[in-house]
Design a protein around this ligand. Structure first.
Ligand SMILES: Cc1ncc(COP(=O)(O)O)c(C=O)c1O
Length: 417
């Protein structure tokens, strides 16, 4: 036997990533409690202690999704796997699916429909606009045989939020089931699965849940479970077949399906516990509060939002890149990363080179990050010759915070009287 050595000329050391401030479109920063949970001793995925933790994890997920759906669990894999899990289980070959597309991820839904053998009817909205309920109603009237309606609640590529409640109600009025992408919305803005009657929903661990990437919480209503169980054809994917996954994540059985990522699941348990301790409403309010301060600062710098007021996601702020630095926008992001250890996101698809995406998600959503972002971006843009008064953005954010604190204090006094 001859042993082949690892790149003999390169000395490989342990990996030590730098400490970054993560204000991109995800992943977000991770609470040290979550990292500590991840490094706890490994145990088997059928160990009774682990099984007990799985039950708590399901309870915590139901709380986060505001649902009593029994089939609520984390699929092993990133958000894209959760997306695929929904489509392969709900869509049979030949099924007509209405997909609302207003950004990158609606486009991926179309791919999923087609790969599951379905027929996608695409309803387009401009990038940066929410999905239009009127267009959905027209499509449902024109396609009475549509079985499923799918849309992205929070389009990460543009920072727009769609009215999930109305879209789901319309789909149901016309007898269609719904698949909702809540990857960026969950825990950042309300996702009321039971109240809105969402049928199938998926999210991802690395956005407002602030866990390590690689898990995709999903929830199916009983109606969907019945629909999938009644399918006569074999579900196209073995790994994502709901009926087989039920053997491991279901209510009554715990049998081997695949080796679950145990330590990542400890981490998700801790991340969800943090959300429960904070309270969902407080988590939504925190995202809203820091968004208002960030927005005040960005606008004071002269930056304009892509999305109109009222449809903006607090956790995903997309701003137009000033004309004068468009050619050098990658340099701006590189300077932020190398000099300030700060990551912000670039635009995607037709918005590449036109917008920056500033995410304040989960553990990243805190005042020190808002202030650092405004200070760092202001100084880089000022150095590049933009007419920006360094410090003005921070002052505007400070003013916004002060106003919110004053309103909050008034509210507290009024509630005591
Ligand atoms: C709205 C949306 N859907 C789906 C995905 C895919 O998730 P992942 O990258 O975890 O596979 C993303 C990722 O950014 C997203 O923002």
């Amino acid at each position: 036997m001859t042993i082949k050595h690892v790149a003999p000329t390169k000395k490989i050391h342990s990996f030590h990533p730098p400490q970054r401030t993560l204000l991109g479109p995800g992943p977000s920063e991770i609470n040290p409690r979550v990292m500590a949970a991840m490094s706890l001793p490994a145990i088997g995925y059928l160990d009774p202690v682990f099984v007990e933790m799985m039950e708590e994890l399901k309870l915590l997920l139901r709380y986060t999704y505001q649902t009593s759906n029994a089939l609520t669990f984390p699929v092993s894999g990133p958000g894209s796997v959760g997306m695929e899990y929904c489509f392969v289980n709900l869509v049979s070959p030949g099924d007509k699916v209405i997909v609302m597309r207003n950004g990158v991820f609606g486009g991926r839904m179309i791919e999923n429909v087609q790969r599951a053998g379905g027929v996608a009817v695409v309803v387009e909205d401009a990038w940066g606009e929410p999905c239009d309920p009127e267009k959905l109603e027209d499509a449902l009237k024109a396609n009475p045989d549509a079985r499923v309606v799918a849309f992205v609640h929070a389009e990460t590529s543009t920072g727009v939020q769609s009215d999930a409640k109305s879209l789901v109600a319309l789909a149901h009025k016309h007898g269609a089931l719904t698949i909702v992408d809540a990857v960026t919305s969950l825990a950042g803005t309300p996702v009321m699965v039971d109240e809105w009657n969402i049928d199938a929903v998926y999210s991802a661990s690395q956005k407002c849940l602030s866990c390590t990437p690689g898990l995709s919480p999903v929830s199916f209503s009983d109606r969907v479970v019945e629909h999938v169980k009644a399918r006569k054809d074999k579900i196209h994917s073995w790994f994502m077949d709901m009926n087989l996954l039920l053997g491991y994540w279901g209510e009554t059985t715990r049998t081997y399906h695949h080796t679950a990522p145990t330590n990542s699941l400890y981490a998700l348990h801790e991340a969800l516990l943090l959300i429960k301790e904070e309270g969902l409403e407080n988590s939504w309010a925190r995202h809203h509060r820091h968004h208002l301060a960030l927005m005040a600062g960005l606008e004071a710098m002269g930056l304009r939002y892509l999305v109109k007021e009222g449809a903006r996601l607090p956790q995903m702020n997309a701003v137009h890149i000033p004309e004068a630095v468009r050619e050098r926008e990658a340099e701006v992001r590189k300077t932020l990363l190398t000099e300030f250890n700060l990551e912000i996101g670039a635009g995607l698809g037709p918005l590449a080179g036109k917008i920056w995406r500033i995410g304040i998600m989960g553990y990243s959503c805190k005042p020190e990050n808002v202030m650092l972002c405004l200070s760092a971006l202001g100084s880089v843009l000022s150095d590049m010759g933009l007419p920006i008064q360094v410090g003005e953005a921070e002052a505007a954010a400070h003013h916004a915070y002060a106003q919110m604190h004053a309103q909050e204090a008034k509210r507290k006094v009024a509630s005591i009287r």
